[in-house]
Write a protein of this length. Structure first.
Length: 322
């Protein structure tokens, strides 16, 4: 038997989901592989099929076709084992606002059979108290543990939900748009905390997002649209893979510059500069061939946003990008 750690922790092959009322599949032959300990983002516009995919992977929704393995278990025959080994944060928060943060955790822990229920924090087993304090500290809500959740900001509520989802030491944590509706500072802070969880607990994390800037922070990004995987890779590799990298050059001796660049893909631009693509080569190799002094030298490094817009299209991405 191979050790479960040696396998990918999430393996999806040809996943299909067809909702009864609609003719177009919401998920249309999706393939995903995530290794243990990775932090990956499923990036795609609204309606791309992210929530549907996540619901299937967490055994909350039935699939139409394909195979899914999570944490070493097969979804078709071992859905119960999958549920026991994952944590989930759905798009809509599900906390009891009238209770304190700790009470929310205590009820959850007893409901899921992690710890027996006692009517006060101090009566709970030491293991529970230590775990709650450690997780709360890790997520930055240590001080507010005994305050009512209704006083919490959106970011704090999200963090509390993460603490709650980690109490049974899941191997994989799934989060559906966890930063939606949060301000940029809270978003960044939540990501930092998820990174700490990944590091200290060794948890594999898969989250969905439609924020492109945010996906830059993931180890790997899966770009999806219309229920299909458009491409995947590290943020760096996606930029190189999809968007153009080029140099912008000019020289007093334009003629010689053009002769030096013979054989390279050169495009004159409206602003008068020469755009020279260096796909497959290094900019250094290109510059080494030049014999004239340059008056302009700029390097264009694409952003993930350019790569994403190239793939998904401006309209789908919100139409606001310039
Ligand atoms: N319960 C449902 N019944 C019918 N169609 C649905 C249902 N849920 C989602 N869909 C459709 O499936 C597609 C994917 O939706 P969803 O998975 O929610 O995408 P995302 O989370 O990326 O925004 C959309 O076209 C959506 O309208
Ligand atoms: Mg969604």
């Amino acid at each position: 038997m191979p050790r479960p750690e040696a396998e990918p922790v999430i393996e999806v092959r040809g996943l299909v989901k067809r909702y009864r009322e609609s003719d177009r599949p919401a998920v249309d032959g999706l393939d995903l592989t995530v290794r243990a300990g990775e932090f990956v983002a499923l990036l795609g516009p609204n309606g791309a099929g992210k929530t549907t995919t996540l619901s299937i992977l967490t055994a909350a929704l039935t699939k139409t076709g394909g195979t899914v393995r999570v944490a070493g278990f097969d979804l078709d025959t071992q859905a119960r084992e999958i549920r026991a080994n994952i944590g989930i944060l759905f798009q809509n928060p599900s906390l009891d606002l009238r209770l304190t943060a700790e009470e929310n955790l205590r009820f959850h822990a007893s409901l899921y059979g992690i710890y027996g229920y006692r009517p006060a924090f101090r009566l709970m087993p030491r293991a529970y108290r230590e775990q709650v304090r450690a997780l709360a500290r890790l997520l930055g809500i240590g001080d507010q543990l005994f305050e009512r959740v209704e006083k919490f900001s959106g970011g704090m509520r999200r963090k509390l939900e993460i603490v709650r989802s980690l109490m049974h030491h899941p191997r994989v944590l799934f989060l559906d748009e966890p930063t939606q509706g949060l301000d940029p500072v809270s978003r960044q802070s939540l990501w930092d905390h998820l990174r700490s969880v990944q590091r200290t607990e060794g948890t594999t994390i898969l989250l969905t997002t439609h924020y492109i800037e945010e996906a830059e922070g993931a180890d790997r990004v899966f770009i999806v649209d219309h229920g299909r995987l458009l491409t995947q890779g590290t943020p760096e590799s996606l930029k190189v893979q999809i968007a153009d990298r080029y140099l912008l050059l000019d020289a007093a001796d334009r003629g010689q510059l053009l002769r030096d660049l013979a054989g390279s893909p050169v495009t004159p631009r409206e602003d008068g500069l020469l755009q020279v693509a260096f796909d497959g080569a290094t900019p250094q190799a290109l510059l080494a061939r030049l014999t004239v002094p340059l008056t302009v030298l700029r390097i264009h490094v694409p952003s993930l946003e350019e790569a994403y817009l190239e793939l998904v299209g401006r309209e789908a991405a919100g139409g606001e990008a310039s």
